[in-house]
Design a protein around this ligand. Structure first.
Ligand code: AHR
Length: 511
């Protein structure tokens, strides 16, 4: 049994607005994410617009994708933007040293990526190179992108086909600089961050939101909190400037959290036992610990929560599919991954006063991908469907929710969720039952709402087996269906129903 209470009579608090950017994505030059994924080139027989596959663009638009992070990841700290502009046949051929040592022909560069964002109608989030790039290189990239008047660099942009400057808001200053981005200490990175970001200028009327590299899960919590503290002590100097003066050097700090069944042996994406299911659920739920600890340190220096947490890499990381390049990180995606998406997005919603943005790793053919391709075929994964069902939370206001749930195993509750109310006063509740064997009776109590007066509808994503998935032969094996309203039993302000085993459900309550 699970008892859930939600406070529906609250004010819509702007501090508790669930930023749509929490539902963002990440696309790196890694494996088949761009080449043989998003990008097929404009001479391909696969339907495309200026080189990008139409089916992928259409699928992501259905998610109302709010932003896309690029070009990495680890790739970002060895990416030199000048290699990716100008006529394609003259672009440099470089080595992708992190991901399989393959040749990068730089056919997807600045203009192409920003064209993709325009096709997707989403905000670009660009990660600049601190690890192997200079301050000048980063500053000049921003000038090339955003300067309106006639400088040598803005004229070069025009020569390369783009007259008007782009609007670029989200700007990362390095990636994983404690690791692949330069193996730095917190102190060294912090010095570099504030130096680089000083020269990331707001040209014309562009306003940058500058994101510092933060910690990753894995190392001890003391290392994680130390990294944040070092940045926050310095950030404290600028906190008062952040709302009014965009020229403040810092606006967000990143966090990375990947979920695997084991550290050494990550385990197969599709062949696993219930104990691996449980391990993955418990590891995904560690996100809460990370957000709590990170917020605690940030609150000390920034009690008004002006600096955002940007979880710009999260998701499952399993062993690659058999017979695929180990450097390409290609994995299948099952109900287990969908459950991780559900648990994680609910946590982001609940911590929306601090979490401003998040990016699932990665969009196409890499890690926990919502989209997989094979030749001209494309499928959407169970994870895709969670993002589609949860898009109702984008920019809505969080509603406090208390869940008392029976335990699934090892003190881990079975039921998790979050709730929000949107601009039109529609209430949306997302809930999941991580128990893969048993349905659970739920008593949902809303404060002061007569449910008989309301319209209630729901959709469900359910697996029959833990490793249920979509394949190129069976692309609709896992997909959301309507959850019949006859399954709800309404009494005044209470809704009783059974949430099936291994399922994710989104309930809508309308006026
Ligand atoms: O998403 C794959 C890689 O994981 C990214 O390049 C890196 O930032 C992280 O370690």
């Amino acid at each position: 049994m699970a008892k859930i209470k939600i406070e529906t009579e609250i004010q819509k608090d702007p501090q508790k607005r669930i930023s749509r950017h929490i539902y963002g994505h990440f696309a790196e030059h890694l494996g088949r994410c761009f080449y043989d994924g998003f990008w097929v080139g404009d001479d391909s027989s696969i339907p495309n617009t200026r080189g990008f596959r139409n089916d992928i663009v259409e699928a992501l638009k259905k998610l109302e994708i709010p932003n896309l992070r690029w070009p990495g990841g680890c790739f970002a700290d060895e990416y030199h933007w000048r290699n990716g502009i100008g006529p394609k046949e003259r672009r440099a051929k470089t080595i992708n040293t992190h991901w399989g040592g393959v040749i990068e022909n730089n056919h997807v560069g600045t203009h192409e990526f920003l064209d993709l964002c325009e096709q997707l109608e989403c905000e670009p989030y660009i990660c600049g190179n601190v690890g192997s790039g200079t301050i000048q290189e980063m500053a000049e990239w921003i000038e090339y992108l955003t300067f309106d008047d006639e400088s040598t660099l803005s004229l070069l942009r025009r020569k390369n086909g783009r007259k008007n400057p782009w609007k670029i808001k989200y700007w990362g200053v390095g990636n994983e600089n404690w690791g692949c981005g330069g193996n730095m200490t917190a102190e060294h990175y912090s010095d570099l961050f504030f130096r680089y970001s000083t020269f990331c200028k707001n040209f014309s009327d562009n306003k940058l939101y500058k994101i510092a590299c933060g910690p990753t899960s894995g190392p001890p919590m003391s290392w994680i909190t130390h990294w944040i503290e070092v940045l926050m002590i310095r950030a404290g100097l600028f906190i008062s400037l952040i709302e009014d003066i965009y020229d403040a050097p810092i606006h967000g700090i990143s966090l990375h959290h990947y979920t695997s069944a084991g550290l050494i042996k990550k385990g197969s994406a599709t062949e696993f036992k219930e104990q691996d299911w449980l391990k993955i659920m418990r590891n995904a739920l560690k996100m809460e610990d990370l957000l709590m600890n990170m917020s605690r340190v940030m609150d000390k220096y920034d009690p008004r929560k002006k600096i955002g947490i940007i979880v710009d890499e999260w998701g499952t990381w399993h062993e690659v599919e058999p017979d695929t390049n180990p450097g390409f990180l290609f994995q299948q995606n099952t109900m287990r991954d969908a459950m991780v998406a559900s648990l994680t997005l609910d946590l982001f919603n609940r911590y929306c006063d601090r979490v401003h943005m998040a990016n699932l790793a990665q969009t196409v053919n890499v890690l926990q991908a919502p989209i997989l391709t094979e030749g001209d075929k494309m499928i959407t994964t169970p994870t895709y469907h969670v993002f589609e069902m949860y898009k109702v939370h984008q920019d809505a206001f969080l509603i406090p929710m208390k869940i008392e749930s029976e335990v699934y195993k090892r003190k881990t509750p079975a039921i998790h969720g979050s709730a929000s109310i949107d601009e039109n006063d529609k209430i949306h509740l997302s809930l999941c039952n991580i128990n893969p064997n048993e349905g659970i009776n739920v008593e949902l109590e809303l404060s002061e709402v007569d449910l008989k007066e309301k319209q209630i509808s729901a959709r469900i994503l359910q697996g029959k087996q833990m490793n249920d998935r979509n394949t190129f032969d069976s692309p609709e094996n896992v997909k959301p269906t309507a959850f019949p309203s006859s399954y709800f039993n309404i009494e005044a302000n209470k809704l009783n129903f059974k949430i099936p085993f291994m399922s994710i459900i989104v309930i809508t309550i309308e006026k």
